[in-house]
Design a protein around this ligand. Sequence first.
Ligand code: SAH
Length: 575
Amino acid sequence: MTPPAIVILGASALALARRVQACYPGSQVHGLAERVDADVRYTELGTHLRELYARGTPIVALCAAGIVIRCIAPLLLSKGVEPPVLALAEDGSAVVPLLGGLAGVNAMAREIAAMLAVSPAITTSGELRFGTCVLNPPPGYALADLAQGKRFVSDLLAGESTRIEGDAPWLDDASLPRASSARLAIRVTPFAGVGEPDDLLIHPRSVVAAIDAASDLSEATVIAEHVVDALDAHKLVRSSLALLLAPLDRIGDAALAHAARTLDVPLRFAEPATGESAHASDENHHRLFAAALPVPHDVLHRPGSSIALAVAAAPLDPTRIGQARGRLTVIGIGPGCAELMVPAARDALAEATDILGYATYVKMAGPFRDDQQVHRSDNREELQRARHAFELASAGRSAVVVSSGDPGVFAMAAAVLEALEASSDPRWATVELNIVPGVSAAMATAAQAGAPLGHDFCMLSLSDNLKPWSIIEARLRHAAEADLVMAFYNPISHARPWQLDRALDIVRAYRAPATRVVLGRDIGRPGGALTTTTLGQLRASDVDMRTMVIVGSSTTRGFARDGEREWVYTPRWYG
Ligand code: SAH
């Protein structure tokens, strides 16, 4: 489980927050910046709680339940993640689970209440009666049908008892009304079509589908269909599939990766156990299972099929079977706030085993789980960071390299590709490399100002760290002459104090002093500010290295209605 964010409003709650923190390794205390110095500082409670909630981070808020409800309410109507959310009285006298019934909120309420020696305010009837949420089986098990599950719990609450058919170790300590002759049953099985319609069906993820080394299946959809056919043929349910297993020599195979994604299961690889060279597909499968599966299992295989299934007695942990194909994903976190990080980047972070990046950006991308390794580095060590990421991914890990904004705009994606092109390591070539786009600073700034990039524009970095200043000057002249709107990245820094003035001199030779200029500083981050000015008024001292400078073209204009804010835009046409 993702460690919770323990959210406090002031210093008086800090001591209690630290006690809760001690129960959850990897958790952090989030404090209102102006009032308390916590692990993570936020400036506005509502925005911060919504960001956490949208990211699926469990929340323990040390404040009134009503405040938490009002803050999160706007997000509740849209379907999506529902992490546990609890309100905790600042004096530790009450623990109120609010949301996330199926994500374990009541279990958290019990844990925190036990630590504080109070009773949790649990209101879920089934939970109260049975001491556990029967509809929330532990990882490795899937509830077959939530609606049916709710009916089942109602039946139990109405006085029925239940048998347990199969292995449900997590229910050992539950106070369920059990009777061996009960009409109802909790049935734990990977097989379909067993039991009665009123049973509570829970499927263990205990099945491995393996593809034969000699298989000629090469299309993702066909592979996925064959797996589903094999499950159907043996009357195994879809959700019992724990993973797809393939011989190690297919580690770079894109179709297999795609098939596993379609099936929504992990893909693992193993070197088939050595034995007499066998051509029979049956034999190949047995050797693959023998190499990869550390527990007793039955092999189910239909003659002529490229897919064989192994069924174990208990759920399987895919991370302990064979090895994964390593993954390297380069993401952009956007300008800095959670809403502007694309969901694909968030997914990559959730799946990462290792997160690499410049410390400031890594912090913005967090918080991370205890099982995730964070490798922070200095802003300048880009190639070294890229190589480190490939090394981790070559060993089967899932590395995410974090950039701000878009990773392809003056950021890590190009460094990663440069490292890959220069490498002759064959293991690097098998790494699954993905680049996930992000909202670049120019886009984020432009959107706040209106639409200054509404017509042709260019993006320029004014940093002469990696290119000669003469090239920058030539580009500025051409861009100014071409009447392009210009977005300046890296406009100025302590080490590059004079360059911006020189750049503005060049632009001023082509553009009127009244030309619109937009400055975005720390856009999307706490304390972010947008300013609009003109080329004539702009001074280098208005700009720092956290600023995006957008210089308009001859047609860029601004207007304000009745004292309202000003909008700046560049029309799509030339008059
Ligand atoms: N990959 C990033 C850019 C990295 S270069 C992107 O696509 O946005 C770093 C420069 O980007 C900074 O010097 C600044 O000019 C700009 N920048 C990055 N984040 C910003 C933000 N939140 N607000 C304003 N400018 C930002």
